[in-house]
Write a protein that binds this ligand. Sequence first.
Ligand code: ZN
Length: 197
Amino acid sequence: MITFSEKEKELIENTKGTYSTRGAIDDLSALERKFGKEARERTEKEMEEMGYSMSKVKKTTLPVAHFIVLLLVQQKVLNLSDEDMREVGKESARTSFILKFASKLLVSLETLCKNTNVAWRKYYSSGELKVIEINKEEKRIVAELVDFVGHPAHCFHLEGYFEQMLFFVVGKDVTCREEACPLKNEGDVHRFVLTWE
Ligand SMILES: [Zn+2]
């Protein structure tokens, strides 16, 4: 069985709110598509043993902390790199039912940027996601996630997720990198810079 460090336990405990169960299931499906059925089964078995069963969660929501544990378990059990975590996030967004539906409505970049927190709220009951800068000429967007603890594994997951989300709108390959993170003592907000070709 894998273990969490004291610091990790603290981050998990301090991450409040709920997350959409649908989103967590999308993540497991994405994991299976990227790394195979066995990878998913090993992750779910480990979750079960640690007391975070995925089969016993409520249909609608689960604690965000439970989702953070899911990401951490897959990272540790499968020995995933940061880039792997990004890829699973991306794959998860690629097939997300909610996002597929939403992307049909999000016709312009402006609409997406105005509605980031509405989209965030479809999954998370805590934290707030807002776009603080749109530069169409330089093909660059800066978004901030405030009032959210999380874990570095979750930050990588988000980078991939945001890359895919913006891809739906601009139709070009997007790169998202977190420029500042409270978990690295870089201020109070998770700041993500997205650029595209
Ligand atoms: Zn972060």
